[in-house]
Design a binder for this molecule. Structure first.
Ligand code: GLN
Length: 540
């Protein structure tokens, strides 16, 4: 029978609830239990797919093509479990479903209300995921902060669910902040006490407290929290700020978080296998050198916009025994090619990630040209691949008007064009080519060697594609199409074999990278960059 763990947050937002939920998932997985994480987001958007990365950070894409919250990326990376559309629930999707049912007449003329109709739908989303995955543990994180008006239906649904599940089958973990006041030199517990009392006023008594803090919480303060919040002492846990998010599971393990959770859920504890994770953290903490990798995009002011790319680079760095330092390059600053040398001179590799719209495109083309002409290891992702094709067409094939019809509808040479299946698509939400598709690799190519197989599956999120009319000409000019959809109709990977690493994919490899299993294309990029850095004496 599945056991349920609800994770709420109090005092402030951005506490890292997602990392804590993912870390607890890791600790349970390390004990051989199956785990899924779910994220409940109280906003009205049906999914984050239509939101600006500046507002919401990256949109994480699952195998089944759901556009989801970036926390699902953390969950997948920490628990090594592929999630899907049932794992992210928004108020928008809940209300939409209930309103559709009402319009169909399913409620037989009854008044449709937040309680019970909306709360029932929320509970059915919990059970829907249980039915699909049948996990030993289901961890459900509620976005936002306790006290927010918009998350109330979710909190009420949890209250009901906990009662219905019965004692020992569902618990809640409340994550709070313990601020440090420099003037008095003290850590303060009062905001957490207030936050717990708000949660209690909704009928939820948390079983566990996870206290985010910048410094060690003295025993006396922990005891105070236990007393005032009615939580056992061993269930008041501290989660200090850490250099790497991958250290969090180990810090929580030291305080026996999983042991406490299992006891409350009346499940016998098992000996965890955290050896691999400990090795990973050791490698992250003690790299043999540092490698600077550039990311050239237009959302560089908010690093969350490219979080899976950043994590994938870190994973590959760890495998190659280097710390990857990111240099954010605002592509608009590269609109003039002359700036590229200065901006890219101290980096060992460059990534051009995905994106939408014309802003910053000329800069990305210049960055790619610089990488190609100077043998700077390059990885292009989705839009990054489309730009690599445009750049090659313009500067190697000499097709001066080459462009994507996304940026210029009347391009003289539309080397990137809207996919046929997209031509009649109406509306924006969930209408791109989304999720996992197979791709055949050309035997002997860079991609083939990196993956070690000729058939792969990768996640997509795009409307445009390489225009097949130009493939032959590009190929004759030296651009190898090393990955194609199995029917040969869609270009999925391009590469330039004579360079050390110049590979770009139409899909998003970053979504499938795992801390202990870096994605082959990221690994290839970092390996090539390390080799170059060693030969230049930058790395030992
Ligand atoms: N804008 C491009 C497209 O829709 C690329 C999308 C992306 O990078 N995710 O095809």
């Amino acid at each position: 029978m599945t056991k349920y763990i609800f994770i709420t947050g109090g005092v402030v937002s951005s506490l890292g609830k997602g990392i804590i939920a993912a870390s607890l998932g890791r600790l349970l997985r390390a004990r051989g239990f199956s785990v899924i994480n779910q994220k409940f987001d109280p906003y009205i958007n049906v999914d984050p797919g239509t939101m600006s990365p500046f507002q919401h950070g990256e949109v994480f894409v699952t195998d089944d093509g759901a556009e989801t919250d970036l926390d699902l990326g953390h969950y997948e990376r920490f628990t090594d479990t592929n999630l899907g559309k049932y794992n992210n629930v928004t108020s928008g999707s809940v209300y939409r479903h209930v309103i559709e049912k009402e319009r169909r007449g399913d409620y037989l003329g009854g008044t449709v209300q937040v309680i019970p109709h909306i709360t029932n739908e929320i509970k059915s989303r919990i059970l829907g995921a249980t039915k699909q995955f049948k996990p030993d543990f289901q961890l459900i994180e509620i976005g936002g902060t306790i006290g927010d008006i918009e998350s109330l239906p979710f909190i009420e649904a949890i209250r009901q669910f906990k009662v219905e599940a019965g004692i020992g089958n569902a618990i809640s973990v409340h994550t709070t902040l313990i601020p440090y006041l420099p003037t008095s030199g003290e850590l303060k517990t009062k905001p957490s006490q207030h936050s717990v009392s708000v949660l209690r006023s909704y009928g939820i008594q948390p079983e566990i407290l996870v206290c985010r803090t910048s410094r060690a919480i003295p025993k006396s303060e922990r005891e105070k929290l236990a007393l005032f919040c009615s939580v056992p002492k061993e269930a008041v846990l501290e989660c200090r700020d850490m250099k790497s998010i991958y250290e969090v599971p180990l810090a929580l393990e030291e305080q026996n978080m999983a042991g406490v959770v299992l006891k409350m859920l009346m499940v016998e504890d098992r000996v965890p296998d955290l050896e691999g994770w400990k090795n990973l953290v050791e490698k992250i903490k003690h790299p043999s050198g540092t490698l600077t990798v550039g990311i050239a995009g237009k959302y560089t002011k908010l690093s969350d916009a490219y979080i899976s790319v950043v994590e994938a680079l870190k994973h590959a760095g760890c495998k190659n025994d280097v710390k990857v330092e990111i240099k954010w390059i605002n592509s608009e600053e590269c609109n003039d090619y002359k700036n590229c040398r200065e901006l890219l001179k101290d980096i060992s590799a460059i990534v051009v990630p995905g994106g939408f719209g014309v802003r910053g495109i000329e800069g990305k083309l210049n960055v790619i040209r610089y990488a190609r002409e100077n043998n700077l290891p390059f990885l292009g992702l989705c839009l990054g691949m489309q730009c690599a094709v445009i750049e090659y067409a313009r500067n190697v094939l000499g097709l001066k008007g080459a462009n994507s019809t996304e940026f210029d509808e009347n391009a003289t040479y539309p080397v990137i064009d809207l996919m046929l299946e997209q031509k009649n698509v109406q509306g924006y939400g969930g209408t791109m080519r989304l999720g996992a598709y197979d791709c055949s690799l050309k035997v002997g190519s860079r991609a083939y060697k990196a993956y070690g197989t000729d058939l792969i599956s990768e996640r997509h999120r795009h409307r445009y594609e390489v225009n097949n009319e130009f493939i032959e000409r590009l190929f004759d000019a030296g651009l190898v199409f090393s990955g194609m959809s199995p029917d040969g109709m869609l270009a999925e990977i391009v590469e330039i074999p004579k360079l050390d690493w110049f590979v770009a994919s139409q899909f998003h490899p970053e979504f499938k990278s795992r801390p202990d299993r870096p994605h082959p294309l990221f690994d290839g990029l970092i390996e090539a960059a390390c080799k170059q850095a060693k030969s230049k004496g930058i790395l030992k």
